[in-house]
Design a protein around this ligand. Structure first.
Ligand code: IPD
Ligand code: CA
Ligand code: CA
Ligand code: CA
Length: 265
């Protein structure tokens, strides 16, 4: 086994155990959410609480304790440059809106990038007791069971996840949904893009599209989809692009070209 394999395996193992620990902390906040003070960021739909911040702090501390030279990007506390060639990209709670409203569709999302590629992707869904895990060349799994996409699932015979926010290109979402319905598909949104990407890897959704997401929303899901046998639209992560927002598209190979045409249309 090469040094690079060992480097990935060590981070894959740590990512899984941190995702489980972080999920337990988040679940504790979720079960006691009546006492959380809900704050807003860009508008009233864009919510956050101390749960998001403290879960991210836990993840940062755990990563720094084992890999102090790795870079780290998280939604709540931003980017710290590293020197090892690996960068952790973390959304402590993806689906904060469902979380604060008492719905179970939220997750902890942890990715590790090397050379701009997500080589580790872990999504933990505490309310469903589900751990999605993938690493480059090692496949994807759900609670230890391997995930392999079924090519007979198509846009027309399965559901597609569509995501949106209120502050970037909201009009695009209506166009994409109309286009999807026009080719015989249908859409669903559960408030967590990272979780819907994991659902693509699990074959529950045939694809996922959102016009504007950040790296912490999609990197873990992208690794999961790729390792399950699907594909994704490249997401720029080199240099300053890592901090920006870009379209997200990931799917079963059977659906990719139709979703790409909707994106380009
Ligand atoms: C949001 C969720 C949502 C997606 C938004 C994201 P957050 O992340 O993934 O499903 O549509 O674009 O910002 O704020 O809950 O971590
Ligand atoms: Ca957020
Ligand atoms: Ca997010
Ligand atoms: Ca978040």
């Amino acid at each position: 086994m090469s040094m690079q394999d060992t480097d990935i395996d060590q981070r894959f193992s740590l990512a899984r155990s941190i995702a489980e620990e972080a999920g337990r902390l988040a679940l504790d906040y979720f079960e006691n959410r009546g006492s959380l003070v809900i704050e807003t960021k860009r508008d009233l739909q864009d919510v956050v609480s101390i749960a998001d911040r403290n879960v991210e702090t836990l993840i940062r501390d755990r990563v720094a304790a084992t890999f102090p030279r790795d870079g780290f990007l998280g939604e709540e506390f931003g980017h710290v440059e590293g020197s090892s060639g690996f960068t952790w990209v973390v959304d402590p709670i993806d689906g904060t809106a469902p979380f604060v409203n008492g719905m179970p569709t939220w997750c902890v999302s942890i990715a590790v990038l090397r050379g701009g590629v997500p080589v580790v992707g872990v999504v933990h869904v505490p309310c469903d007791d589900e751990l999605y895990a993938a690493a480059a060349g090692r496949g994807a799994s759900l609670n230890g069971k391997p995930l392999t996409l079924d090519p007979t699932r198509t846009i027309q015979n399965a559901m597609t996840g569509i995501g949106c926010n209120t502050y970037v290109a909201p009009e695009r979402v209506g166009q994409i949904i109309a286009g999807l319905l026009g080719i015989g598909g249908n859409f669903i949104r559960n408030g967590s893009g990272a979780l819907m990407l994991a659902y693509v890897a699990a074959g529950r959704l045939v694809g996922y599209y959102e016009p504007f997401m950040r790296a912490w929303d999609c990197m873990a899901g992208y690794c999961l989809v790729k390792e399950a046998g699907g594909d994704y639209l490249p997401f720029p992560v080199e240099g300053e692009a890592l901090l920006g927002g870009h379209p997200v598209l990931a799917s079963n190979l059977s659906a990719y070209s139709e979703l790409l045409a909707l994106h380009q249309g």
